[in-house]
Ligand binder design. Structure first.
Ligand SMILES: [Zn+2]
Ligand SMILES: [Zn+2]
Length: 162
């Protein structure tokens, strides 16, 4: 998960022919790319109007620290937007990212290079929970590395600039 004042990142676009529509899993509006719907592996909707980012509904995640701390984070649904609402933690704090409804840990997608054991966890773009359409979010506080895959193709990746 990223954080408010994060490192410089850049957005890589791998699929320039992505077909943005009013019902596509990734949407374009007001010049912004955003995710209108994301779900846990049990089909619970993680998008909420409890917080908004530039008018777009936030992604709500329950994060549990090894020491037992439980926090709610609202993450921006806009791609390559590091904003999030929630408690500040030290950089590189490992977190267990969970669904706020079923409290189950989000499923692993691919490891992240930011620390040993870091894993990018799945926010699915459809309620069916298919790994071919998902967002991968790192389970390390302060890590901006994320990607969006749709229909099996990587569409976007957020990378840290060296
Ligand atoms: Zn759930
Ligand atoms: Zn990471």
């Amino acid at each position: 998960m990223s954080r408010k004042h994060t490192h410089k990142t850049s957005l890589k676009e791998y699929l320039s022919t992505y077909n943005f529509t009013k019902t596509s899993n990734i949407r374009k509006e007001k010049g912004k790319l955003y995710l209108p719907n994301v779900y846990c592996h049990n089909g619970h909707r993680l998008i909420t109007s409890e917080e908004l980012f530039d008018g777009f509904k936030a992604i709500k995640i329950l994060a549990i620290q090894e020491t037992g701390g439980r926090y709610i984070y609202y993450v921006s649904p806009i791609i390559n937007d590091p904003r999030l609402i929630g408690p500040d933690l030290p950089d590189k704090t490992p977190l267990k990212l969970c669904c706020p409804t079923c409290h189950e840990e989000l499923q692993p997608l691919i490891p992240c290079t930011c620390r040993p054991g870091a894993m990018r966890r799945a926010l699915f773009l459809t309620p069916k929970g298919k790994k071919s359409s998902a967002v991968g979010v790192c389970d390390t506080y302060g890590c901006p590395h994320s990607f969006v895959i749709d229909e099996g193709e990587i569409v976007y990746e957020v990378v840290e600039e060296k």
